[in-house]
Design a protein around this ligand. Structure first.
Ligand code: GDP
Ligand code: ZN
Length: 285
């Protein structure tokens, strides 16, 4: 009998498939292995009596580092401590959109700061990204976060110590490091290999990954970067040049909007930084 399930983890050719409330350990059919490697997050058809994966359902997306498929949402966690890195944040938002993943900007530790969060929320008010203020410590808006994560595969990204593990614990209502993969955190340095693992929480999934480096914007040409800034869209048709990059061209409607304060100047400044970084990288190819 063939049944459909989701791969929660793969270790040395063995795949853990979650289906109808059970986890079944499967191998992949030999002919399948030739065409594609099965990844955590893959939706698969497997033979229940033989415990063999027969088919991988076409993917929505696939990341290489970490190796995972079909991510719906990325919760980009920022906070007031450590000092917020918005250049990284913007790159994560772009990388998410590039991979057909919905970015959610999640400002954690709201119990500590109010001024910074207001400033940052302003910057992103016209970008196409959900903004949510939470506190893993006080529990503020954890229910909202759970609502947003509803019905999909979610992963967490962001600088170290912003509170990603704390948020996962708050969502689960228990200390995940004691039950799951995150325990490997403690044994780091002892050469423990961590695997990407997907955990089911009520009606959604969370990917517990050994570190997100979704940062490769390899497939993005520097002159296409502007397409990932939603706040530019309503102005760009009024630029003098149709090929305007909105960096320093004359009569650029986007730059005029920045000067009027209609587009965040901080976002635009980081846009130019990312633009030149990409251009520099791509000029060597
Ligand atoms: P990760 O490296 O992103 O997984 O961050 P952790 O979850 O390990 O948290 C880093 C530090 O921030 C820990 O000392 C947490 O107790 C603290 N922390 C996490 N969330 C909050 C919060 O909402 N408020 C405050 N005040 N501290 C928090
Ligand atoms: Zn322009």
């Amino acid at each position: 009998m063939v049944q459909r399930g989701i791969v929660t983890k793969g270790i040395s050719g063995k795949f853990f498939v979650q289906s109808e409330g059970q986890i079944i350990e499967c191998f992949a059919r030999k002919k399948l292995k030739k065409d594609c490697i099965v990844l955590a997050g893959d939706v698969v058809d497997f033979n229940l009596s033989e415990c063999v994966i027969e088919n991988v359902v076409p993917r929505k997306n696939k990341l290489i580092r970490p190796p995972i498929a079909n991510i719906d949402r990325i919760i980009i966690v920022i906070s007031c401590v450590p000092e917020v890195d918005l250049y990284l944040t913007d790159k994560l938002i772009i990388a998410a959109k590039l991979n057909n993943i919905e970015p959610i900007l999640c400002f954690n530790k709201i119990d500590l700061d109010n001024d910074l969060v207001f400033e940052i929320q302003q910057q992103y008010s016209k970008a196409d990204v959900k903004f949510l203020k939470v506190s893993a410590k006080s529990g503020y808006n954890i229910d909202r976060l759970i609502e947003i994560m509803h019905g999909g595969l979610n992963c967490f990204a962001g600088q170290s110590a912003v509170g990603k593990s704390s948020l996962i614990n708050a969502i689960l209502g228990c200390d995940y490091s004691e039950i799951g993969n995150l325990s490997a955190k403690i044994s780091r340095g002892k050469n423990t290999t961590r695997h990407t693992e997907i955990i089911k929480v009520r009606d959604f999934y969370i990917a517990d990954t050994p570190g997100f480096s979704l940062l490769e914007l390899d497939n993005l040409k520097y002159n296409e970067l502007k397409d990932y800034y939603d706040e530019f869209f309503i102005y760009q048709n009024d630029c003098k040049f149709s090929s305007c990059t909105h960096i320093k061209e004359p009569d650029c409607a986007v730059i005029n909007a920045v000067n009027r304060g209609d587009i965040s100047s901080s976002r635009h400044k980081r846009y130019t930084e990312i633009y030149f970084d990409l251009k520099k990288e791509q000029s060597y190819i």
